[in-house]
Design a binder for this molecule. Structure first.
Ligand code: AR6
Length: 175
């Protein structure tokens, strides 16, 4: 598993299997579940997750909310809502960056030591990988530089090989 800096790690696999403090869910604004990684997380966390999510009254694009991990090996799930690339082209980059920033802020608030991100918005929401990866990496690097005392370990958890390869290429070049 390649490490690209002390705090950045790239993995290929299923995020629901990771036993880290926080995994991030690429949710929709209802927070009531869906397809992709959201469906996998709800399936693996069990029905208590939907009950907890209902009490959160949704989540706006770019924002983040937290629940316990329930049946997952992860302690917490941070639910964030990426932008639909086609609807929001102008603001999409800012909203995607906000997803990463707000998730990191919330993880730090909960004293998390590790956080694993899927490639938010790059599946059903159609955000091109080539644009989403630099936003993810640069936003996270900036946050880590601004919060040196937090010692947060960040994992990019890529489900498919294409996503993994694209991250690897970018990280090898720029980190
Ligand atoms: N572990 C890690 N990554 C995964 C997993 C997994 N188990 N399953 C899929 N991915 P997507 P979005 C990757 O579509 O684009 C849902 O219906 C996937 O290969 O899950 O933000 C929500 O409810 C891709 O690289 O999320 C929303 O309606 C990445 O996760 C909508 O989809 C994101 O793909 C959100 O769309």
């Amino acid at each position: 598993m390649p490490f690209f800096s002390q705090q950045l790690e790239l993995r290929q696999g299923d995020i629901t299997k990771l036993a880290c403090d926080v995994i991030v869910n690429a949710a929709n604004s209802s927070l009531m579940g869906g397809g992709g990684v959201d469906g996998a997380i709800h399936q693996a966390a069990g029905p208590q997750l939907a009950v907890a999510c209902r009490q959160l009254h949704g989540c706006r694009t770019g924002e983040a909310k937290i629940t316990p991990g329930f049946d997952l090996p992860a302690k917490y799930i941070i639910h964030t809502v990426g932008p639909r690339y086609r609807d929001n082209k102008k603001t999409a980059a800012q909203l995607l960056a906000a997803c990463y920033r707000n998730s990191l802020d919330l993880a730090a608030q909960y004293q998390a030591r590790q956080i694993a991100f899927p490639a938010i918005a790059t599946g059903i929401y159609g955000y091109p990988l080539a644009e989403a990866i630099p936003i993810a990496v640069l936003t996270i690097q900036k946050w880590l530089n601004q919060h040196k005392n937090k010692q947060l370990q960040v994992i990019f958890c890529c489900y498919d090989h294409l996503t993994y390869q694209n991250y690897q290429t970018y990280l090898e070049k720029f980190v």
